[in-house]
Design a protein around this ligand. Structure first.
Ligand code: PRP
Length: 180
C-alpha cells in the first residue's frame, strides 16, 4: 500500500464488482438507445474507462474539463468550461460521469449549462457520493459508493494531482495535506 494512505476504503475487487453492477443497471436502462457518455476530467478517467467496458449498449464518448468556483450552488454562471464537448448533444441521451459528487456545485451548474443545448435526457453517474458535503440540490442517478467526509484519493481521485493512479480508493493520511 502507498505509504501516504491511512487505510483502504474500497479495494480493487469491490470497485470492480460495483462498477459491473452499475454497468448492468445502465445496460437495462439504455436498451435500444445510443447515449453519449461524457467524462468530466480529470478525476473520472479511470472510472469511465472501466464503466464503458461493462456497458453493453452502443454509445459514443466525449470529455469535458470544467472548473467550478464561487457560490455556485444556484447559478450556472459559476462553472467555467475549460474544454467543451466535441459532440452536439441536441436530442441525445447524455450520461455525465464523475469521480465524486461533493458539494454538487460542479454537476449542478454543468447540468444546467448542458440542458440548454437541447439533449433528450441527462443522467449522472458518480463513483463516489459525499452527501454530508452537499450544497447544491442534485443527486446522481447511478452512485458507486456513498462515502464519509474523509479525504479520499485513488482510482482517478487526486490530492494536488497525485495518487490518481492508485488502483483502490484510499483515505489519505492527514499529515500529507496538513504539512504543506
Ligand atoms: C472534483 C471532482 C468533481 C468536483 C466535485 O474535480 O472531479 O468534478 O471536484 O466537487 P463538487 O461536487 O464540490 O463540485 P476537481 O476540480 O478537483 O478536478 P479533477 O477532476 O481534475 O480532480
Amino acid at each position: 500500500m502507498n505509504r501516504d494512505i491511512q487505510r483502504i476504503l474500497v479495494d480493487e475487487a469491490r470497485l470492480s464488482e460495483r462498477v459491473n453492477e452499475l454497468g448492468r443497471a445502465m445496460t437495462a436502462d439504455y436498451a435500444g438507445r445510443e447515449p453519449l457518455i461524457v467524462g468530466i476530467l480529470r478525476g473520472s478517467f479511470i472510472f469511465m474507462a472501466d464503466l464503458v467496458r461493462v456497458c453493453d449498449f452502443p454509445c459514443t464518448v466525449d470529455f469535458m474539463v470544467v472548473s467550478s468556483y464561487g457560490g455556485g450552488a444556484t447559478s450556472s454562471g459559476n462553472v467555467r468550461i475549460l474544454k467543451d464537448l466535441s459532440e452536439d448533444i441536441s436530442g441525445r441521451d447524455v450520461i455525465l460521469v464523475e469521480d465524486i459528487l461533493d458539494t454538487g456545485r460542479t454537476l449542478y451548474n454543468l447540468r444546467d449549462v448542458l440542458s440548454r443545448r437541447g439533449p433528450r435526457s441527462i443522467r449522472i453517474a458518480a463513483l463516489l457520493d459525499k452527501p454530508d458535503r452537499r450544497e447544491a440540490d442534485i443527486t446522481a442517478d447511478y452512485v458507486g459508493f456513498t462515502v464519509p467526509n474523509e479525504f479520499v484519493v485513488g482510482y482517478g481521485l487526486d490530492y494536488d494531482q497525485r495518487y490518481r493512479t492508485l488502483p483502490y480508493i484510499g483515505i489519505l493520511k492527514p499529515e500529507v495535506y496538513t504539512s504543506s
